[in-house]
Design a protein around this ligand. Structure first.
Ligand code: GLA
Ligand code: ZN
Length: 661
């Protein structure tokens, strides 16, 4: 089943309008609607007084038009009566200030009183809708995030540490609290890393970020336990925030869910094809399976200011891009633009006046197409031969110490991803702890925090013939965020056959030059430049791939390759320019035996899915003008049902979905 629909807030509009909305949704080809994630005060206007009749009615009207319903669990927006009766439940920010009422998700996720209210409202919802024939699933809360620094969280953190370390001696030793006389003699002395405390001990800060992430997993689980018991037929998901969001451990949060959903706002990513693609791939990688887009941009975004409007064809292009990267449900945000509230400029499919215009017509066209092709795309799966390893521990560690003010984990990660994306090579983005045996090439940018578990996973992979890429600042930290007592790259030294004997952190516009010494690479780029960070490498069995050309370390190794078992490890000790990554990637792909899907101009993204052994090729033109592609084989385009081969034109913002004839 392929789900296609919209986020709807019937509570914002008079009841008389609901049947028209439902009819227009059906005419757009929708079969699913998400409701109620912010409707707590409408369902429980007074403590203990529940009013479901309005929601029942909305669900009935939508159900009559063939919609299935996904319900929010309401906890994302607590009503004023709750928060003013229990001011302790307000979250405290990192600067120690308690937030006040007026937004949403103002609560402390560890507060026992808020937990009681959560259990009560979720139980009421679950009891009321557990057997409803139209309801198919639940979205827990909404876009989890934000750490809380309140006294309740402080105590919970201390208990969490007690469970993790067992004894204060162990904690003191792992964190190195001897530094600046921080040795703790009682669990209650351990502070939160409030910004008023200045730069915290990195061990404490990392553990607090992990604790916050775990707290969200636990809060989600509390809701899931109720739903699993009372609604065994329904699925449970949560709406994540793509690649850029790095406040939680998304691998852990995704684990218990039936599938991941996420909120895709292309115009907040400048409609950049690779940035949207990396977000989709990250979301697919969390559970290594299909996902939903629970909020897909459908109009200009905006709170105080109004964003640009999606160009004709873009909504359709973004939907097919999402599908090609693994989306099995697309739900637009939102049906109709609200006349009031903080988001009165966050546009939906319909404008404030409720009149269907250009964007509605485009959505309707997608709906018609999906009806025709959904049997072909349902059950299709993405398959990649290249994996990138994403670590939330590393993201947390770099939030605490970025090492160089110009270094960003996500930017650096994207350089590798973009090089692959530009060559039209599909990528899985997975945890460093996951099974890697399916991949021919694995790229682990700045694998900063290592453990025996992660390192032996990588060793196994390379021993058996895999090609592994690691980069500077890998193997630097142990799991307590202390620097390893080993030559760098620490536990990864054996795999990479090198020693990092010195490093140079380049400030402002500091640069060095790079020169490839491997013939295959030096024919592609002879000289290029590097910035931000330079590891000065002494090969210990590895071969030099590129060396620096300037400063006192001119001639020293910057990039190396090392044979290990049946495979090899490539170590990249610096950040190069676009030409560097382009050449490096082509060389790596050749080495690993990975073939790009198709060579195209930059504007055209090519992705692939597989269904019953048959390949589906998606050609997505992100430019406004026509683009030409050269097809090597004869295909049939699913959308037009026409045969295509040889030189083929894709119209601006156009899409081809090809199967081989
Ligand atoms: C997020 C939220 C939505 C809405 C949009 C637009 O994705 O989940 O409720 O607020 O952003 O701001
Ligand atoms: Zn708290």
């Amino acid at each position: 089943m392929f789900y296609f629909g919209v986020d709807y807030y019937p509570e914002h509009w008079p009841e008389e309008r609901w049947p028209d909305d439902a009819r227009l949704m059906a005419e757009a080809g929708f079969n699913v609607v998400r409701l109620a994630e912010f409707a707590w005060s409408k369902v429980e206007p007074r403590e203990g007084g529940y009013e479901f009749s309005w929601l029942d009615k909305a669900i009935d009207i939508l159900g009559q038009q063939g919609m299935k319903i996904v319900l929010g669990t309401l906890t994302a927006s607590p009503p004023p009566w709750l928060m003013s009766a229990h001011p302790d439940t307000f979250r405290v920010r990192a600067d120690g200030v308690r937030v006040t009422f007026g937004n949403r998700r103002e609560y402390c996720l560890n507060n026992p009183v808020y937990h009681d209210y959560t259990r009560r409202i979720v139980t009421q919802m679950a009891k009321h809708y557990g057997d409803h024939p139209t309801v198919i699933g639940w979205q827990i809360d909404n876009e989890f995030g934000d750490r809380c620094y309140c006294p309740v969280c402080a105590r919970a953190f201390q208990n969490w540490l007690h469970r993790r370390y067992g004894s204060l001696d162990t904690l003191n030793q792992k964190w190195g609290t001897v530094f600046w006389s921080h040795t703790y003699t009682d669990w209650s002395e351990i502070p939160l890393p409030l910004t008023t405390g200045g730069s915290p001990n990195p061990g404490l800060a990392l553990d607090f970020f992990r604790f916050s992430a775990d707290s969200y997993v636990a809060y989600q689980q509390m809701q899931m336990d109720i739903l699993r018991e009372k609604c065994p037929k329904h699925f449970i998901t949560h709406n994540f925030m793509g690649f850029m969001y790095d406040g939680l451990n998304y691998h852990a949060l995704a684990e218990p869910l039936d599938f991941v959903s996420w909120d895709n706002y292309p115009l907040m990513m400048n409609a950049d094809a690779a940035r949207m693609a990396i977000a989709h791939d990250t979301m697919r990688g969390l559970k290594r399976s299909g996902f939903w887009v629970m909020e897909e941009q459908s109009g200009p975004h905006g709170w105080e200011n109004v964003g640009p409007t999606p160009r004709p064809g873009e909504l359709r292009l973004w939907v097919y891009q999402a599908i090609s990267h693994g989306a099995e449900g697309i739900v637009f945000f939102r049906w109709r633009t609200s006349r009031f509230g903080t988001e009165q400029y966050w546009h939906g499919i319909l404008d404030h006046d409720g009149i269907p215009r250009r964007r509605y017509q485009e959505v309707k066209r997608i709906g018609e197409e999906l009806k025709r092709i959904r049997n072909m795309i349902a059950g299709s799966r993405c398959r990649a031969e290249v994996a990138m390893l994403l670590s939330y521990d590393d993201r947390f560690a770099f939030q605490i110490q970025s090492n160089n003010s110009r270094f960003s984990y996500s930017d650096h990660f994207q350089l590798y991803y973009e090089a692959l994306h530009r060559l039209n090579v599909p990528v899985d983005i997975v945890s460093p702890r996951g099974d890697l045996s399916d991949y021919k090439l694995v790229i682990a940018p700045t694998l900063h925090i290592t453990s025996e578990e992660i390192v032996s996973n990588l060793q196994r992979y390379v021993e058996q013939g895999g090609v592994l890429v690691i980069t500077f600042r890998s193997g630097v930290k142990d799991e307590a965020n202390a620097v390893v007592n080993l030559p760098l790259p620490g536990l990864l030294a054996d795999l990479s056959g090198i020693e990092v004997v010195e490093y140079d952190s380049l400030l402002a516009d500091g640069r060095n030059g790079l020169e490839f010494v491997i013939p295959r690479l030096s024919t592609m780029v002879r000289k290029t430049s590097c910035e931000v960070w330079c590891d000065i490498i002494e090969p210990k069995g590895a071969e030099v791939v590129a060396r620096y050309t300037e400063d006192y370390y001119a001639g020293r190794a910057a990039v190396t390759q090392n044979n290990y078992g049946l495979g090899e490890t490539i170590y990249v000790g610096t950040i190069g320019d676009v030409a560097f990554y382009h050449a490096l990637m082509r060389w790596l792909l050749e080495k690993a035996g990975v073939e790009p899907l198709l060579a195209t101009s930059r504007a055209v993204e090519v992705t692939a899915k597989e269904r019953d052994g048959r390949a589906l090729l998606f050609l997505l033109n992100h430019a406004s003008q026509d683009e030409e592609v050269e097809l090597e084989k004869r295909y049939r385009d699913l959308l037009t049902d026409k045969a295509v081969e040889g030189e083929t034109t894709i119209p601006g913002k156009g899409v081809l979905i090809l199967t081989q004839e």
